[in-house]
Structures are given as C-alpha cells and as structure tokens.
Design a binder for this molecule. Structure first.
Ligand SMILES: [Zn+2]
Length: 375
C-alpha cells in the first residue's frame, strides 16, 4: 500500500499510547533496546519512546541536517538535560558523526550551575551551544549579572542550537541579538525524535526521508489546506524501537512547500504551540506563538514573563532589570493591540536572580497559565 492511502488509516492519540502501556509500542526484541526516553509535559502525563542503536544513529543524522553544519573542530556545549530527555543524546550523536567534541553540561542539575557554564564556554573555547531557548536566555542573564559582555567575551562561539520549546521568529531574533550568533531551531518530540531542522535561511525543513507530516483539523478527520494551521499528525518511516502511525501529537503547526536557497527539499514546518496552550475568546484565537510574538516585540524584552488567562482577557506578568524603560500604558496598549484582547499588566520580580547565580538547578518554566489548567 502506498503512502497516498495513509489518510484511510486511523490516527493514534496520546490516549491510545497511554492505554497501550509502556511496552505497548515497543516494536523490537528487548535485546535490541539501546535507550529508553521519557518527557513529562505540563499536563503531567509522560510521553515515552524506545530507541535501538540504529535509531540513535538516525536521530543524529536528522540533527546533522541542521544549518549549523557541525565540523570536527567544533566543541559543542550541550545544556539539554541528560536525565530521561532525548535532545542531549541526539545532539551527542550528531557531534559524534561529524567528529565534533562535546561538553556535557546538563541543565536541571546542581553539577553545572549557570555561572559555571558561563565560565566553561569561555575557558574551553566552546563554539556551539545547544539547549532549550529558555536556557540561552537565562545563561545570558547570568553573564550580564556577572559582568560579562556577551558580544566580546566569547569570541569562539559561532552558533546556538535550540529545541524543546516553542521559539517564535521574534524570540529567535532576541536570542541572536543577546549572543551575537545565529540560532538554529529544531522541532521534534520524545516520541518521534527530530522531525524538522532549521537551515541557514531560518526555515525548518521536514526530514522527509524519516517522517510523513500531515496537518489535520482539530477532530483529526480531514487535512487542512496546504500552508494553513492545523494539528500535527506524524508517521515515522525509519524508527524501529517505537514506530508511530499517524500520531496526533497535539501540536499546532503548518506545512508549506519551500523553494529555499539552501537547496533542502523538505517542506517548511512552522510550529505555533500546543493545543492546551491555545486561548479562545469568542472570535479571537490566540496560540502560544501569537503571545510570544507580542511579548518579544516589547522594548526592553522581559527577562521573565507569564501570561494568565482571565475570563475577558489576559493578565501579563513581566520582569526586567530595565523596568524604568517601560511605560505601563504603552506596554499595555501595545500588547492589547497585538493580541486584540483586554490586557492587565503586572510589572514584578519573577526571576530569582540570587538562586540563578547560586547552585540552584532550574525547573521547567510555565509561560501560559490557562484557567482550566492546574499546572
Ligand atoms: Zn532552507
């Protein structure tokens, strides 16, 4: 049966995977298992996957297609957490396959606090940083607090690779400006590995030898027109350990054909956020990407923020060391004109800068708090 008939097959939901149990989607003998991975989302339900040795190699190859173009002279500081999560290990694989060196500087642990990482980037002459976008923002804040000049003190740094969180265009520009180097995003998940990687021109190309990506309506019954927003349904073509057929991962994406100057042929994927993050007010639908674009168009851009859904609008918390540059009225009117809903504003201290400079590991941030979500 050809792939053109894929739409006649049923979709696989997160609920299906939960009901199948932890071994339910294991598709190889136990002796073939190389690694088990798991991530816990804001909803508290873990997503899991199994990797064979070959799957890990494939995962590294997917990342190698990223516009960062690792070379053997690179030294990559990996700030992704090494406990259970997948990205650190795929980044290691990509480095291994290109001959680049790795500094495993895991996040979420007391072993590698922020000031230590900042000092390692400098002392070890790191060329590429890899981690969550939030870690790049927090590392920049720690560098500022310790008196470092990001544009001058890390002359060997040439690029940053991020994954694991939504990164809108404006957030990408912000991190590029903070560090003075290009930022490359990757889109994937624990269950699927890396589906799309960003090229030199800022487009996330689907790794189409490994994945079929469909974009369906909310009910998962029909495809939306090409280029329009919908819900991602992923089929893995090469994954052996825990393959997935038409997996509805609850991400909101669009897929568009791209004739990109980079020469990659994979269609262009844009990620807009998770289904649970979407906020609806009568005829206004706000995705996490809309909220990020509004927040990152402020000047100065906040160092920490949170958006809380209210009955008739949004309550926005903002933190910056340059609060005096914000006029509350201007910020409020800018956000409400961008998001088209009433905004209440609270300029406050959210980031514990003492802990950041100390030995305290970071925890998962929550950017959007829904009225119905007990997160
Ligand atoms: Zn491209």
């Amino acid at each position: 049966m050809g792939l053109q008939y894929i739409q006649t097959l049923p979709i696989t939901t997160k609920q299906d995977l939960r009901e199948a149990g932890i071994f339910g989607h294991l598709a190889v003998d136990r002796k073939e298992i190389a690694q088990y991975h798991e991530s816990t989302g804001t909803t508290g339900e873990p997503s899991a996957s199994w990797f064979t040795q070959e799957d890990l190699v494939t995962g590294g190859r997917q990342i190698k297609q990223c516009g960062v173009r690792l070379i053997s002279e690179d030294l990559v500081l990996v700030r992704f957490p090494y406990a259970l999560a997948l990205p650190a290990f795929l980044m290691q694989q990509a480095a291994l396959q290109t001959g680049a060196g790795v500094v495993p500087a895991s996040g979420r642990t007391v072993v590698t606090p922020y000031p230590k990482v900042i000092s390692m980037i400098k002392r070890l002459a790191v060329t590429v940083l890899a981690g969550l976008p939030r870690e790049m923002e927090l590392l920049a804040e720690v560098a500022r607090l310790s008196g470092a000049d990001l544009s001058k003190d890390f002359p060997t740094l040439r690029a940053i690779c991020v994954a694991g969180e939504l990164m809108s265009d404006k957030r990408k520009q912000h991190i590029e400006k903070l560090w003075g180097v290009p930022v490359f995003n990757m889109y994937g998940s624990t269950e699927t590995a890396n589906i799309a990687t960003m090229c030199e021109h800022g487009n996330m190309h689907i790794v189409d030898e490994d994945f079929v990506v469909e974009v369906l309506n909310e009910e998962g019954t029909n495809a939306v027109p090409y280029g329009e927003k919908g819900f991602a349904v992923i089929t893995t073509l090469s994954h052996q350990g825990s393959p997935l057929l038409r997996y509805y991962n609850e991400d909101i994406i669009s897929v568009d054909s791209s004739i990109c100057p980079c020469g990659r042929t994979g269609a262009k994927l844009t990620h807009y956020g998770r289904r649970w993050e979407r906020i609806c007010f009568e005829d206004i639908i706000l995705d996490a990407n809309d909220i990020q674009e509004a927040i990152y168009s402020l000047s100065p851009i906040p160092v920490a923020w949170q958006v809380i859904e209210q009955e008739r609008g949004l309550h926005v918390l903002l933190d910056s060391h340059e609060v005096d540059k914000w006029s509350e009225e201007e910020v409020q009117s800018l956000l409400s004109s961008q998001l088209q809903v009433p905004i209440t504003l609270e300029i406050t201290s959210m980031l514990d800068r003492v802990s950041l400079m100390d030995n305290k590991p970071s925890t998962k941030p929550l950017y959007i708090r829904k009225r119905s979500t007990d997160a």
